[in-house]
Design a protein around this ligand. Sequence first.
Ligand code: PHE
Ligand code: ZN
Length: 876
Amino acid sequence: MKESTPAAIHLTDYAPPQWRIEHVDLCFQLDPVDTRVRSRLQLRRAVSQEAPLVLQGEELKLINLTVDGEPVAPGNLQQDEGSLTLHELPAQCTLEMETAISPEANTALSGLYVSGGNFCTQCEAEGFRRITWFLDRPDVMTLFTVRLEADKDRFPVLLSNGNLADAGDLPEGRHYAVWHDPFPKPSYLFALVAGDLVCQQDRFTTCSGREVDLRIYVQRHNLDKCDHAMRSLKKSMRWDEDTYGREYDLDIYMIVAVDDFNMGAMENKGLNVFNSKYVLARPDTATDDDFVAIESVIAHEYFHNWSGNRVTCRDWFQLSLKEGLTVFRDQEFTADQSLRAVKRIGDVQRLRSLQFPEDAGPMAHPVRPQSYIEINNFYTMTVYEKGAEVVRMIQTLVGREGFRRGLDLYFERHDGQAVTTDDFVKAMEDANARDLRRFRRWYDQAGTPVLDVAGEYDETNQSYRLTVRQSCPPSQGQSEKLPFHIPLTLALLDSQGREIPLRLEGESQATPGERVIELTAPDHVLVFRDVPEAPVPSLLRGFSAPVKLKFPYTSEELAFLMGHDTDDFNRWEAGQQFAVQMLQGQIAHIQAGREPTLDPLFQEAFARVLDNDTLDPALVAEALTLPGETYLAEQMEVVDVDAIHQARQFTRRALGQALAARFRAVYDALQDTQGMDAAAMGRRRLRNLCLAYLCAAEDANAQALAEAQYQSADNMTDAMGALRALMDCPGEIQERSLAHFEARWREEPLVLDKWFGLQATASAPGALDRIRRLMQHPGFSIRNPNRVRAVLGAFAMANPVHFHAADGSGYELITDQVLELDALNPQIAARLVTSLSRWKRFDEQRQGLMRACLERIVAHPGLSRDVYEIASRSLG
Ligand code: PHE
Ligand code: ZN
């Protein structure tokens, strides 16, 4: 808790560690209220001159301490808030300590805590210091031997990293296990788990023929929900061998599912700890989206074994080194499991609706930040998702094979090291003889670049001229931006939708298909020769760079691209742009007090996609989904949440009415929705989308159809599809279905979260009462991050109309909860504060209300660093 203003940590202050910990022996006497941790550190000074040893520690009670078996003279030992300093140590010595901690009192879920009666740990980023005093920084890599002792009845399973070395019984009903991890690792990758768990077991034979024991540990009642996670793990292991030549390196790989977890999952060496949301699934309890998310998180954590664990980060400013790269790897994995374009569309939607706003607001920071107050606040969309885009651009620039060469070199050079994003880019340069100096600016400059593009056809000379100008708005602490190195993938389409061969001025030969143009200057002029007719350009194909592209397309051109672009992603994108243009027009109408109208050209283009049965149903569903409210908000000068919502609802309803017969026909034609493969998921997605449009039209038949689907559904996707559709139709059927769902699933917290989420995001009046009621539900607990996200997170982030209620009641509610939560779990409280940070985007009245809430937060006594940083930066 902060006393005065918390201090910032700067990248430029980085200094290598003065001490190394070569080996650590840890012994845990586990007890929920009084756990004893004995540690023996083998220390070696890493610099030639005398240097004090400064260890980090938080909320620890030091019981005793010796150096080489002797007590330390009081003058040589100094304990401060957060640190323990030892002076005049020999250059090599053994430090032994005993500390006491209380896992049960740990509501922050960082360090050693209790979840569901079991012990578990979370050490990234700086949780290890809440277990024992240590050099808790990623560039100190240590060999760990861990002994766990606990009551055998209550905690029959004792796990830590690496391989099991020994186990046995102790007096008084206790037992022990000893684990040794043969790979040196930073403290943030340490983990232990102890509890009453059962496991699903399987085996994997690696490419070199080694056998790996695979185990997924869960509470007994969840053992029937592990099949999908296990399948996903085996797929990931094979894929990383096939795609990147990466083999697993221990004899055992364990995953433990816990109900109380701040994030998605954690890649601790050989012992991943997961939020149970990303493990547990059965077709009747989890939706298709859950299945896909589980597969990708399992893959993500597994891939970290190389990109994160074997090669780790020098300091936390380099977080994207492991996260951006690993997100890129899991995106590629998922793309290979189903339809690449569908995956890309989903990722770009996420980036544009969540990362672009972050990059345009007060929390904007480069992929490699330059300073932070609390590192936990920097596990952001920018570090993860934009970081992955930066890696993807490198692949686009050097090609797939070149990228593989670069990655091989990176792992070969840096195996066992803690390195920087610069080292990563250097490996890519060296393996490909490329100069990426300018490209590195993507790591250091915040903000989303804008590409202003214009095209001009010259009929007499049969040439087409594209002018491209890049710019990037200023962000906090960065008023001037230097030009970025941007891969712009493009093609020119003729009136039949065929790709025109490309010959740039000065080239002797044309090349078929698309091209990657490298932009490095503020302005570029591209002149294409031998262009027989005025083309329609298909720009930024596959979203080749995380930028905002502006090109003055007409509605006709967008309709043409929607139907003809040979790039699946850009076909979708054309539809989105068309929809945005139309919705913006409607918003203007609504603001002027006029009735919005549906553009017939849009309706026609939309209907053609619906009728196109040569397209994959999943792609059709994406194309027929209108841009989200937050994405639309981003396009407005002053956000008008009500007009946005009305326009979008109007369009959904108008389309539902105008095309009711066709939606119904497609719905009926998609009867074969059995199975958990990607094709079946695609059919379910499209079918549920049709149902949603039918219900949006407020047709009584549609409600009956939705209720019938809800009642007969044998899988959660169709049950939720029906319920979600019914959320547009307040009334008896909706109430009955929601009540039924609650009665059926109240004992399954992860399923109940879906019920919480539907109601927390409902646009019907009375939202505040609804939220208060949900918080009174016996299944809700403010101590559980998943519940907080399902109710408060969903309300603040995904219910714009009510969160931004003009009287400020939504802001007040969230502010009250932030302050209550901050005393328990600062990380989760801080995440919730970000919902207030973009106050400057709203009208004056709302600005004042939001600012007042932020001021109330900052003034709160005893505020955490986490919340302080977000709230104060938002005000600043
Ligand atoms: N390193 C984890 C991941 O992305 C995320 C995480 C961060 C989990 C901090 C817990 C705490 O895979
Ligand atoms: Zn990660």
